[in-house]
Design a protein around this ligand. Structure first.
Ligand code: SF4
Ligand code: SF4
Length: 111
């Protein structure tokens, strides 16, 4: 095959039907403020743990909404529940409770 000097990017399409959205429903019910997020990123920018690890609270939020649970457990273990992210959130999302809800949800679903 002729080389054009570049490769085609891997498919990044998200297959929502293949994702388990039960945990998403459970978390949305416990912490409805999660729906108020407008994705500004202030939480991630101020995250205490984010200064020392690759923790990205906004990414966690997105994983939950998409029902992508594979990496959630490892990610939330990096959070030290200081609550700084919550203090700066312009939409009043209760992020600390979100993390705790994810712990509960993953425990209940045996993940
Ligand atoms: S509560 Fe967790 S996610 Fe929020 S700022 Fe503190 S360490 Fe970061
Ligand atoms: S600071 Fe609040 S509104 Fe902004 S991305 Fe984080 S949770 Fe969403």
């Amino acid at each position: 095959m002729k080389s054009f000097g570049y490769t085609i990017s891997e498919d990044r399409q998200i297959d929502f039907d293949a994702n388990d959205r039960k945990v998403t429903g459970f978390i949305n019910a416990i912490e409805p403020s999660i729906r108020l997020c407008m994705g500004c990123g202030s939480c991630t920018a101020t995250c205490s743990a984010g200064h020392f690890t690759d923790l990205n609270i906004r990414k966690i939020h997105t994983f939950v909404q998409r029902g992508e649970l594979q990496h959630l457990k490892k990610e939330i273990m990096k959070c030290m529940l200081c609550g700084k992210c919550q203090l700066v959130c312009p939409r009043g999302v209760n992020l600390r409770n979100l993390i705790l809800s994810i712990h509960t949800a993953l425990e209940k679903s045996g993940l």
